[in-house]
Design a protein around this ligand. Structure first.
Ligand SMILES: Nc1ncnc2c1ncn2[C@@H]1O[C@H](COP(=O)(O)OP(=O)(O)OP(=O)(O)O)[C@@H](O)[C@H]1O
Ligand SMILES: [Mg+2]
Length: 235
């Protein structure tokens, strides 16, 4: 569970987010939508501790983490999967997953691996070097690594961007499995229709503020919002 209360955040002197109130619950996919530059990635980065929070508070599972460094947030279960390199390219998939669990014994790791492979379909790829995999598969490896570490809060920044349709389906299937396994999922997605298909809650960011929040069904009724901010054709 993530709770963001009255957060102003940005980078140095550049304030990007203004008075953000945001909640993401376990067992739900919370989609963050909005135009380019509206602050979607910055919200995830503020929660993960890589954008600066000037004001307000961020809670993970009820604990105030506003002042904790990134690795302490990761220890508390927060995973941030961005599109930039998040696996070790020269290692195999199995080695990547093992790295994520260096503190586990081999027996514990193997047990954990079975649980992880139930959610992320990586079994066929385990022996392959990560750098031979497509971007979509590497994304799944990154999610698998977070699962091995027992992350409970998954923040996914445009996980299907630039993926072939079939791979995008594969990634979205995993996103739904995370939700169904009761994890907290925050999904930034540029494919608005796809996001609305899977999301339980939607936040629309505009110019660094929460402009609107509600369910996908409610948003689809707001024809003007969809047309102006999300490129949804009015019907
Ligand atoms: N590391 C950074 N340092 C300084 N400014 C940044 C940094 N990252 C982003 N910004 C600025 O913050 C603003 C919001 O960017 P952000 O990446 O959060 O938007 P976004 O909604 O994720 O956009 P997109 O849809 O293009 O991914 C932009 O004006 C951007 O230039
Ligand atoms: Mg972004």
């Amino acid at each position: 569970m993530i709770r963001v209360e009255g957060v102003d955040a940005g980078y140095g002197k550049l304030q990007v987010l203004f008075d953000i109130n945001f909640v993401a619950k376990p067992g739900e996919i919370t989609a963050v939508l909005g135009p380019n530059g509206s602050g979607k990635s910055t919200l995830l980065k503020a929660i993960f501790g890589i954008a600066k929070v000037y004001r307000g508070s961020i809670y993970i599972h009820g604990e105030d983490i506003t002042r904790l460094p990134t690795h302490e947030r990761a220890r508390r279960g927060v995973a941030y999967v961005s599109q930039v390199r998040n696996v070790f390219a020269s290692l195999t998939v199995l080695e990547n997953l093992r790295m994520a669990a260096y503190q586990l014994s081999q027996a514990e790791f193997e047990k954990r691996l079975d649980e992880v492979l139930y959610i992320v379909p990586l079994r066929e790829t385990l022996r392959r070097p990560a750098n031979e995999l497509s971007g979509g598969w590497r994304q799944l490896v990154a999610i698998g690594m977070a699962l091995v570490r027992r992350a409970t809060v998954f923040m996914l920044d445009e996980p299907t961007a630039q993926l072939a349709p079939k791979m995008a389906e594969e990634v979205m299937a995993v996103v739904k499995k995370l939700r169904d396994a009761s994890y907290t999922v925050v999904l930034v997605e540029q494919n608005v229709r796809k996001a609305l298909e899977v999301a339980d809650q939607v936040y629309l960011l505009v110019s660094g503020r929460v402009h609107w929040r509600g369910t996908p069904e409610e948003l689809l009724k707001e024809k003007e919002l969809g047309r102006i901010y999300l490129g949804l054709a009015a019907q």
